[in-house]
Design a protein around this ligand. Structure first.
Ligand SMILES: N[C@@H](CCC(=O)N[C@@H](CS)C(=O)NCC(=O)O)C(=O)O
Ligand SMILES: [Fe+2]
Length: 432
């Protein structure tokens, strides 16, 4: 292990042995960050062993695995949070230390504390590799649109603000309205964080876009429309979802014509986010109405693909179909290889920090539900996995709000709003 001090708080190193990890407390470190994906080489301990040892030695532990070609801003922010949140000195490692240094340098540059020249000088004076950070920052500067993800840890949802740097116009995608099913309380923490970001960055919201009627959280589309005046939109097949669920809820008064949104998008429809061209792909399979928004070089695929280490979305909700999902995924994968893919959920396998950005090339290469998998195998593996998944805990709460465009039920005579649930209407109870 070769330790290099990077800042007052942070040091980076090549892969430590378990014995090295045991020595960290004695050297004054209180946090261990592992930036190395599991299984890079058979000799590495891996996250579970490192985490166990860290716990044993009273070190805080964060698992933020990256490769040099797939670092995202979310990784950089997770790294910053782990460093800033540490009470004492932080020890970060990958195989050689380069990835850990790169995460630090990119964060410093994004926050305006270091220029490109200062990064080069930093590398020269400390003898660390800065090429990865420099290349990342160059690619980042050339990218449009800007994409800011907001992770909701209660529902593992990712919400986005997608903005055009030229006009400062933005679209909000899949915003979450907070709901606590135990108390029945609603709140706007997530949506207000989005509004703060919009205000702090001088953005104008022109679109509030949903990819599909969500089954696991309420949409904050209405709340954000009231505050910004922006247009709401969803895919036109939402009318089919409305018809399906008005039956399940025995709700004949529900308008099933999509009139709850300002705009309904059809497959191939075009829109603009400021000066950036965007188009809509119909991507059913997870739901009857799912769509993908392709905005510049970024595709918002929500519940079709998850991160390459996490597979794909389930296809067993009412109206879901694995064969149809496979077709939708193939259309997304036919976008250019460098297209940025932004997913709608991240369920944090092995407790790794949340991630939501990949590329078409990475998905094709390493998503285990896709790489080397045939359509028949996909349908079979989806059916196998879906049989094991309980229904989302909020499916019955959420659909009645989301098929109304994120409007809560009207208050009754006493001023309170009420939800209504069918009993024994859905398959998928898991009793243990
Ligand atoms: N435990 C979560 C599950 C949510 C869920 O079922 N998510 C859907 C997307 S809405 C999915 O595709 N899950 C895939 C998986 O869990 O493998 C909840 O209760 O909300
Ligand atoms: Fe979903």
């Amino acid at each position: 292990m070769h330790i290099t001090a990077i800042s007052e708080k942070l040091s980076v190193s090549s892969q430590p042995s378990m014995e090295d990890i045991r020595s960290l407390r004695g050297k004054g470190f209180t946090t261990l960050i592992n930036n190395r994906p599991n299984d890079e080489d058979p000799a590495q301990p891996g996250t579970l062993a490192e985490q166990r040892e860290a716990k044993h030695c009273d070190l805080s532990y964060a698992f933020i695995p990256v490769t040099t070609s797939t670092i995202t801003e979310a990784d950089v922010r997770a790294f910053q949070r782990a460093v800033n949140g540490s009470e004492g000195l932080v020890f970060a490692h990958c195989k050689t230390g380069t990835r850990s240094v790169s995460l630090y340098l990119i964060g410093e540059a994004l926050d305006g504390r270091m220029s490109a020249d200062e990064i080069v000088e930093f590398g020269r004076s400390r003898g660390v590799e800065t090429g990865v950070a420099a290349a990342w920052l160059k690619r980042h500067a050339a990218r449009r649109p800007q994409v800011k993800g907001f992770f909701d840890k209660r529902t593992w949802s990712v919400q986005y603000v997608v903005s055009d740097p030229a006009t400062r116009v933005c679209a909000v995608i899949d915003p979450v309205l907070d709901f606590d099913e135990k108390s029945g309380a609603t709140a706007t923490f997530n949506a207000d964080a989005i509004l703060d970001y919009v205000r702090d960055n001088g953005l104008t919201v022109e679109w509030i876009l949903d990819t599909h009627p969500h089954a696991d959280h309420f949409s904050a589309a209405q709340y954000l429309k009231e505050r910004t005046g922006a247009q709401t939109a969803i895919g036109e097949h939402v009318v089919d979802v409305q018809k399906l669920w008005s039956g399940i809820y025995n709700w004949p008064e529900l308008a099933t014509d999509g009139s709850q949104w300002d705009r309904l998008f059809a497959d191939g429809d075009a829109l603009k986010v400021g000066s950036i061209d965007a188009k809509v792909l119909f991507s059913p399979g997870h739901t009857l109405a799912s769509i993908t928004y392709v905005i510049g070089d970024a595709a918002f695929v929500h519940d079709t693909l998850f991160m390459p280490d996490s597979g794909t979305a389930r296809a067993d909700f009412p109206g879901g179909d694995a064969r149809v999902l496979w077709k939708s995924i193939q259309e997304i994968l036919s976008l250019p290889d460098e297209t940025r893919i932004f997913t709608g959920h991240d369920y944090q396998p092995d407790g790794r920090a949340p991630r939501w950005e990949s590329t078409v090339a990475e998905q094709k290469k390493s998503n285990p539900h896709l790489a080397g998998v045939s359509d028949e195998e996909f349908v079979a593996l989806r059916a196998r996995r879906d049989r094991t998944l309980p229904m989302p805990k909020l499916i019955l709460h959420a659909l009645q709000v989301n098929i109304c465009g994120g409007r809560l039920p009207e208050p009754e005579a006493n001023g309170r709003r009420y939800l209504k649930f069918p009993l024994d209407a859905l398959q998928g109870a898991v009793w243990e």
